[in-house]
Design a protein. Structure first.
Length: 350
């Protein structure tokens, strides 16, 4: 893997330090979780769920989008997101017999997630928690727990816990689908994450430093990371950013992009690539500055390097490089990435 090294920063934030640790935590988590993942995968193959439901918020919900694409494309099982308020506010109880319910959370403490998980279990779902805090109420409540095992995260902005969640999801789908190529690639994730952290994405800074609005565009498994990127640009950099699939953005939103409205594209390395390339070409034609992570051959764009990996793991690699860029951008724009205004590390919604 050939990587261009990023400039060394003299003063680091907790966000920077924690994101830099992701590779080591992922390596430990993959080894530790192998038995529980293998057992769950065997159970799901023996008794396949008729559908999968995800319950999450914030960065965890972005990770759930990634899981949805993996499950639907590799296992061809219908997967949908259930808003926690269905149970916690509206007191509805959808029928969930013979379904798998993935509840994803960093803290495992939010009352609405706990209520939704309890409702799913009561409705007949197998509730599996993918959670970083193993002592949390969610971990105690779930039938099966897959620990993210990313360690303590002190920055309000989730980084290594998000990366760890994606890695756990890829490990589970590889085992469930008995996809040896994906499983082998997952085993290489720690080394590739280290390489991705060293990648230099600073070419994006001149455009993003002065931007007021931004579209983050991708497709397929990378859409969840596009959503995560938009969230991080907003919460840590004070930059209004919205994520779209490369298909959906062309149904109206793209009319806003132009010379003063840049686009950040996360290029997939699968069947979705052609659609993202077409959208990028259209944005360039209408004068928008376009930054592309993994699309060095596209004219009129600012190209950012992406470490080679399995196509389904490319979004995880892109997320790791993204976090270093976001931390740098937050400082340049005068924001404290560790303590965004009006936000707390654990968000307890109802």
């Amino acid at each position: 893997m050939t990587v261009t090294s990023a400039p060394t920063l003299t003063k680091t934030t907790a966000m920077f330090r924690e994101a830099a640790e992701a590779a080591a935590w992922v390596a430990a988590a993959l080894e530790r979780n192998a038995p529980v993942v293998a057992a769950l995968a065997a159970r799901l193959r023996a008794s396949p769920p008729r559908a999968v439901v995800t319950i999450a918020r914030g960065s965890s919900d972005n990770a759930a989008t990634y899981a949805r694409y993996l499950i639907e494309t590799r296992l061809e099982i219908l997967t949908a997101s259930m808003p926690p308020s269905i149970a916690s506010v509206y007191r509805a109880r959808p029928a969930m017999a013979d379904t798998l319910c993935l509840v994803v959370s960093q803290s495992g403490h939010s009352p609405d997630l706990l209520a939704a998980a309890a409702a799913a279990e009561a409705a007949g779902a197998l509730v599996v928690a993918i959670v970083n805090d193993e002592a949390s109420p969610l971990a105690k409540q779930a039938a099966v727990v897959i620990p993210v095992a990313a360690g303590l995260e002190t920055s309000v902005a989730a980084t290594k816990s998000f990366i760890g969640t994606l890695a756990v999801m890829a490990q589970l789908v590889a085992a469930w689908a008995e996809d040896a190529a994906l499983a082998d690639a997952v085993a290489t994730l720690p080394a590739r994450l280290d390489a991705a952290w060293a990648s230099d994405w600073s070419a994006a800074l001149p455009v993003l430093e002065s931007a007021e609005h931004l579209y983050v565009v991708s497709r397929g498994p990378a859409l969840g990371v596009a959503q995560e990127a938009a969230l991080k640009f907003k919460e840590t950099c004070g930059l209004h950013a919205e994520a779209f699939s490369s298909a959906e953005v062309r149904h109206g939103p793209m009319t806003l992009a132009g010379p003063g409205f840049p686009v950040f594209a996360l290029m997939p390395d699968d069947a979705g690539r052609a659609g993202v390339e077409a959208a990028v070409t259209a944005f360039v034609a209408q004068g928008a500055p376009v930054i592309v992570a993994g699309g060095a051959d596209l004219r009129g764009t600012i190209a950012l390097p992406v470490v080679d990996c399995h196509p389904l793991l490319r979004p995880i690699i892109q997320a790791q490089s993204l976090y270093r860029l976001v931390d740098n951008l937050a400082r340049r724009r005068g924001f404290d990435a560790d303590r965004p205004d009006f936000l707390a590390k654990v968000t307890k919604t109802l």
